[in-house]
Design a protein around this ligand. Structure first.
Ligand code: XAN
Length: 457
């Protein structure tokens, strides 16, 4: 795999900068500067295209994509629990509140062991990059050392990442073996992570620290207030779970008499930099509030099937102006694949639209107007996620980081069949979203730097 910094890449590209459709940049030239950002994008019809291509060829900076292959922006996983990777595909048959105490907290507690953390985080980051996830918004654990290890591994592997030390100090709702030693200790750990990331010599802006109250049930008011103050001071991203399930949504209502969204807002935790995971039970007023603050929602359709008792009203949120991206929610969602997340988002939206209980009449079974198509799912997994984070990723646009994946339909083990004679560009993208698998992702770049790969492109 070639380092594309300072190179011009010639090939065909799909991207979806806006929610209302995709663009196919056929035989385009994308020039990448020495820092890994896109300097120019040229179509064959643009004046100067031929000269730029000739120039790049003559000075040895032209990289031509193999025939039949094409590029997509790298995927943005907007909600993922890094420590839960060893649990992927297990423990999916109990409600959220039981799952946390029976399976997830005991697993996360094991990250007190730095060697255990390093082993599992290495495996996860490598696997995610190979699957095309070039940016991830991670929940780590409450341990500062293990969270620093995750930061280091993302930097070493070259994955763009936002990493949060999980804050959870409630004696009532967190077990003694897995909670911050005190509110002060949890706040200090959050500050320490922010300082660590800011002072990381090898980071160069690839990894960011995130203020991460796990969710309202796991935090005291003092913790939420303290984290709101830290978020205000540092301007960092904030991530938390919001109104995920009947139980979680009801918990916030019972404690505050208002929804999670409103409570988080009162604590200064609903900002332009906030990503709310799930948010299945948010009200219309919540959507207005989230949109007004400029916060975003990480929609995790696969996880929702197991833990959320409902389907997130994605279309309604988008219509209200809420920024939305997609998350795998490992290990609530039993797949690390952002291609899978797109398929599931489409399927879930169709089930919400039609309803699922055959005992009900068709006319009252579902929510009309809920469906999304492959192009919108692709937007959410790329540019939508980038926009939710205010990061210049997810589109092939000048000034954006060159984070990209090479799709090769002609590899051993391919699950993607493209007929170059009959398939249109829309067919190519639709087939990719519905049928491509990890074997079709031949190369991955973050900031023009190759981060994994099996081809010579
Ligand atoms: O899907 C989820 N995964 C978690 O780890 C979690 N913690 C609180 N709420 C949660 N939901």
């Amino acid at each position: 795999m070639t380092d594309l910094r300072g190179k011009t890449i010639a090939g065909s590209f799909f991207h979806a900068p806006e929610p209302d459709g995709f663009q196919f940049l056929e035989d385009a030239l994308v020039a990448i500067d020495a820092g890994g950002d896109i300097a120019a994008v040229m179509a064959p019809s643009d004046a100067g295209y031929a000269a730029a291509r000739e120039n790049a060829r003559n000075n040895g900076t032209l990289v031509e994509i193999p025939a039949g292959c094409f590029l997509l922006p790298g995927f943005v996983d907007l909600h993922i629990h890094a420590p839960q990777y060893p649990q992927l595909g297990k423990a999916l048959d109990v409600p959220l509140e039981d799952w946390l105490h029976r399976h997830t907290f005991p697993l996360e507690a094991r990250y007190a062991d730095a060697a255990f953390a390093r082993r599992n985080y290495e495996a996860l980051v490598g696997d995610l990059l190979a699957g095309g996830t070039t940016t991830a918004l991670y929940f780590a654990t409450l341990h500062t050392e293990a969270t620093r290890i995750l930061v280091d591994i993302c930097v070493e592997h070259g994955q763009r990442a936002l990493v949060g030390k999980v804050a959870m100090d409630s004696e009532a709702d967190c077990p003694p073996y897995y909670r911050d030693a005190s509110t002060e200790a949890g706040l200090a750990g959050t500050r320490a992570l922010i300082d660590y990331v800011a002072g990381h010599a090898a980071n160069h802006g690839l990894v960011h620290a995130v203020v991460t109250p796990r969710f309202i049930p796991s935090c005291t008011d003092a913790m939420l207030e303290g984290l709101g103050a830290i978020a205000g001071e540092c301007g960092c991203h904030v991530q938390t779970h919001c109104s995920e399930s009947d139980w979680a949504h009801g918990y916030g209502l019972a404690r505050y008499g208002v929804t999670d969204t409103e409570a988080l807002d009162r604590f200064g935790l609903l900002t332009r930099r906030t990503v709310l995971a799930h948010s299945n039970f948010i009200t219309n007023d919540d959507m207005d509030r989230i949109a007004a603050r400029g916060a975003a929602v990480a929609h995790c359709p696969l996880s929702n099937a197991y833990f959320a008792n409902s389907i997130f009203p994605l279309r309604a949120a988008l219509q209200k102006g809420v920024r939305v991206g997609l998350g795998t929610d490992i290990s609530g969602g039993p797949s690390a694949s952002m291609i899978e997340a797109q398929r599931m988002a489409i399927a879930a939206s169709r089930m919400l639209e039609t309803g699922v209980d055959p005992a009900l009449p068709a006319a009252s079974r579902g929510r009309p107007g809920s469906r999304i198509d492959f192009a919108l799912a692709f937007h959410l997994a790329t540019a939508g996620g980038g926009a939710a984070l205010d990061l210049p990723v997810g589109s092939f646009r000048p000034g954006f980081h060159f984070d990209a994946i090479l799709i090769n339909p002609n590899v051993a083990g391919s699950t993607l069949r493209i007929d170059e004679h009959t398939d249109t560009s829309a067919d190519m993208l639709e087939k990719t979203i519905y049928t491509a698998s990890k074997s079709n992702i031949s190369s991955v770049w973050v900031g023009g730097r190759p981060v994994t790969g099996r081809s010579s492109a």
